[in-house]
Design a protein around this ligand. Structure first.
Ligand SMILES: Cc1cc2nc3c(=O)[nH]c(=O)nc-3n(C[C@H](O)[C@H](O)[C@H](O)COP(=O)(O)O)c2cc1C
Length: 196
């Protein structure tokens, strides 16, 4: 089947995010991202989807974080969106790849300076002795970069989930919830309904 089905699924995903925003959600691009460690133990946390394209759903993070280390060792993830005002869910699963350096630089440049400094100051998910330590690190970074541009840290970049499966769920008052799945099979995309 045609790759047009992938475009269709991505367009549905992007449209759902915008419908959820229009319905009042503040961060409809928030998605729960599941990864597994080297022993196969799962962990899940919310990240923000920053761009939905044929080559993947992107998010940006600290490359030393547990999630990034999981993905370096086991490059598969599933992300799940739930839009409460819409009573809809979408899941995207696939292989995870790094975005290009140019793309990471471009997104970094779009971030407010305070967040850039915050990324430098954070040793994401490592134990923090107290808040003052973080504030001192932030001040040290502000002093280090002065008035000039803040370069992207070597430990910060973007990852993209290259979709192999995209599933949409829509709640139904009679519990006959609608589920539609787009999946890559033998090099082609298929669309099928699933029992709720
Ligand atoms: C709404 C929301 C958005 C978030 N967005 C991101 C994000 O885009 N990137 C990120 O690294 N962490 C983000 N976080 C923090 C993560 O949920 C998590 O605490 C952090 O990345 C550490 O995860 P890890 O220890 O599993 O690597 C977000 C949290 C929330 C609640």
């Amino acid at each position: 089947m045609s790759a047009d089905l992938l475009d269709e699924a991505l367009a549905r995903l992007a449209a759902a995010i915008e419908r959820a925003r229009a319905a009042g959600m503040v961060q409809p691009e928030a998605m729960a991202l599941a990864t597994a460690d080297a022993e196969g133990r799962p962990s899940v946390r919310v990240v923000l989807a920053k761009g939905v394209g044929r080559d993947g759903i992107r998010f940006f993070t600290n490359l030393g974080s547990p999630k990034a280390r999981h993905l370096a060792a086991r490059p598969w993830a599933e992300a799940c969106f739930y839009w409460d005002p819409l009573w809809e869910q979408a899941r995207v699963a696939g292989r995870v790849e790094r975005v290009s350096e140019a793309e990471a630089d471009a997104y970094w440049a779009s971030r407010p300076r305070a967040r850039q400094l915050g990324a430098w100051a954070s040793r994401q998910s490592e134990p923090l002795p107290d808040r003052a330590t973080l504030e001192a690190r932030l001040e040290a970074m502000a002093a280090r970069f002065g008035e000039g541009p803040v370069p992207r840290p070597p430990f910060w970049s973007g990852l993209r989930i290259v979709p192999e499966r995209i599933e949409f769920w829509r709640g139904d008052p009679a519990r006959l919830n609608e589920r539609e799945c787009y999946r890559l099979e033998g090099g082609g995309w298929r669309r099928l309904l699933l029992y709720p």
